[in-house]
Design a protein around this ligand. Structure first.
Ligand code: NAI
Length: 252
């Protein structure tokens, strides 16, 4: 698929990887619908995409809320007249051990901590994929959906919630690639390793340094390197049902 003049939706588009993807695609003539929670940050991201010559619009929407997702996708289709793709990038972390015993005290990962991550990182991906695919079929628009999984889908200590969601996203990438191919919609995923964004900035620096030293390329990734991988998937018409691992060679 050519990137120029296509309409792509990016969830979590106002900072970090989503913002880098927006700017990467805007510079290549893609029209962008940025979906996120924070209006001010969205406005900044939209302005950055427009400065690169793209048409861009902001949509405040919680990807875990079915009604909001349905309304947002309807509005995007009305505003742009077409939808050629979706990047399911919105995500959160609520890390913690399932069971932790410290100084004889036992604590547990709360159900709220588990559910928050499943709601955004897995249910949100399901809802956005379902609504966008339905709208693309209705409009007879072909294109691609790119899901952002993670290296943690292999099972990372302290991330029972996040690992489960990201493994679910990888599995459903295969499901949706099979189900939607007949409508001219490809579905693939990118599994980033450790990338420099606001999300990883919340992790303790000592831990990040320790992780970076175990990466064969000896550094964290840059958001533009993930944006490049997403663009590769959007552009390559024979890529579907697979997870592209972009992690500097790190294995979990
Ligand atoms: P980030 O925290 O910098 O940005 C995430 C964006 O998603 C934020 O703008 C946030 O407001 C938005 N968001 C959160 N919940 C939302 C909701 N319910 N509805 C709509 N928007 C919502 O994170 P980052 O690092 O840019 O991560 C982007 C994606 O990449 C996430 O899915 C993350 O799990 C994944 N990822 C990131 C890695 C990294 O090292 N930074 C590594 C592997 C995967």
């Amino acid at each position: 698929m050519e990137l120029k003049d296509k309409v792509i939706i990016i969830t979590g588009g106002c900072q970090g990887l989503g913002r880098a993807m927006g700017e990467y695609l805007a510079a290549r003539g893609t029209h962008l619908a940025l979906v996120d929670l924070n209006q001010d940050k969205l406005d900044e991201a939209v302005a950055a995409c427009r400065a690169l010559g793209a048409q861009a619009r902001a949509y405040t929407c919680n990807v875990a809320n079915e009604e909001q997702v349905q309304q947002t996708i309807d509005r995007i289709a009305e505003d742009f007249g077409a939808i050629n793709g979706l990047i399911n990038n919105a995500g959160i972390l609520r890390d913690g051990l399932t069971i932790k015993v410290k100084d004889g005290e036992l604590s547990k990962m709360s159900l709220a901590q588990w559910q928050a991550v499943i709601d955004v990182n897995l249910t949100g991906v399901f809802l956005c994929t379902r609504e966008v695919a339905a709208k693309m079929i209705e409009l007879k628009n072909e294109g691609a959906i790119v899901n952002i999984s993670s290296i943690s889908r292999a099972g990372n200590m302290g991330q029972a919630n996040y690992s489960a969601a990201k493994a679910g996203v990888a599995a459903d990438t295969v499901v949706w690639a099979r189900e939607l191919a007949r409508y001219g919609i490809r579905v693939a995923a990118v599994a980033p390793g450790f990338i420099e964004t606001e999300m990883t900035a919340s992790v303790k620096p000592e831990l990040l340094e320790r992780v970076a030293s175990t990466i064969p390329l000896q550094r964290m990734g840059k958001p533009s390197e993930i944006a490049h991988s997403v663009a590769f998937i959007l552009e390559n018409d024979y890529f579907t049902g697979r997870v592209l691992e972009v992690d500097g060679g790190l294995r979990m």
